[in-house]
Ligand binder design. Structure first.
Ligand code: ADP
Length: 282
């Protein structure tokens, strides 16, 4: 499959602070790729480099086959969208007016506005001025703006950090729908559940290094302790090894109809992150 992003041995140093060191990875077309790590681990720096806002100190990367230095060209810019803290919205204009401006800029029909407002659950708020919105609402408008031109590639920096659970769900649905239409997504987050729900592959970032990179399910299998927990109808819980010995006891209980539930004891991505990096996510 075609790679949309290829990063080779990238390092970024600010003064005497190394933010990203010797990082390499690739992202395939159509993937949702999670760049995970606690605050200060280099996530925003990576997005800034991959969108041409910041030059790497060393190493190379290309996006859509273009060198990073060429990403400022309008033809390249049109193909990706970036959602960061810096909203780029006009406070004195309404949500709808803001989106209309971007429709003109991206050459997108105004009818798209309703679609993107529905994706972020803001259809009924479109007349509100942006200056009167909460942080979470502003974040949703920013995401709606990013969705307007259905970019081939979308960079999202902590997209749900200011949202409540209901709106977080709306954003997840919106992102999945966009991905199903073919948009590749590069997502940074410190929320491991979010990464597990959305991402095809994740990279664990620790102090500027990638420590682990794989599909969430594969990581969970690799770090599983190979046991299952069986809850019996008596409410007793028994942990069994997944091998032959466990199977025999399980078979016996099944024959006699004693089982209430069976769970595999896979760790969460958060557990694995702590195990591998020795750091807690914050
Ligand atoms: P994250 O997005 O994971 O929170 P950042 O990429 O923002 O991490 O930051 C990574 C490291 O680089 C941090 O130690 C941060 O303090 C440092 N850093 C980020 N931007 C700058 C800057 N403009 N000047 C100096 N240091 C910076």
């Amino acid at each position: 499959m075609e790679n949309i992003i290829e990063v080779k041995d990238i390092t970024k140093v600010y003064g005497n602070q190394t933010a990203v060191e010797g990082v390499s990875f690739h992202i395939k077309k159509g993937e949702i790729f999670g760049f995970l790590g606690p605050s200060g681990s280099g996530k925003t720096t990576m997005i800034k480099m991959l969108t041409g806002q910041l030059k790497p100190t060393s190493g190379t990367a290309n996006v859509f086959g273009e060198d990073l230095a060429n990403l400022k060209k309008p033809s390249a810019k049109k193909r990706f969208g970036v959602l960061t803290d810096n909203s780029g919205l006009y406070g004195r204009l309404s949500i709808h007016e803001n989106l209309k401006l971007y429709c003109n800029l991206y050459d997108v029909p105004e009818s798209t506005i309703e679609e993107v407002l529905a994706a972020v659950n803001l259809q009924n708020e479109k007349k509100k001025k942006v200056s009167a919105l909460s942080k979470g609402m502003t974040q949703r408008v920013t995401l709606a703006r990013t969705l307007l031109h259905a970019p081939d590639l979308l960079f999202l920096d902590e997209p749900t950090s200011a949202l409540d659970p209901v709106n977080t769900r709306h954003i997840y649905d919106g992102l999945r729908a966009l991905n199903a239409k073919g948009t590749t997504i590069f997502l940074t987050t410190h929320d491991m559940e979010e990464a597990d729900l959305l991402c095809d592959r994740v990279a664990f970032l620790n102090k500027g290094h990638i420590q682990l990179l794989d599909a969430p399910d594969r990581l969970k299998k690799q770090h599983s302790d190979q046991t299952i927990t069986v809850e019996l109808l008596t409410e007793e819980k028994v942990v069994l090894p997944a091998g032959a010995e466990g199977a025999e006891r399980l078979h016996e209980w099944m024959k006699t109809g004693q089982i209430a539930t069976i769970h595999s004891n896979e760790p969460s991505l958060g557990d694995i992150f702590v195990q591998v990096t020795g750091r807690v996510l914050a």
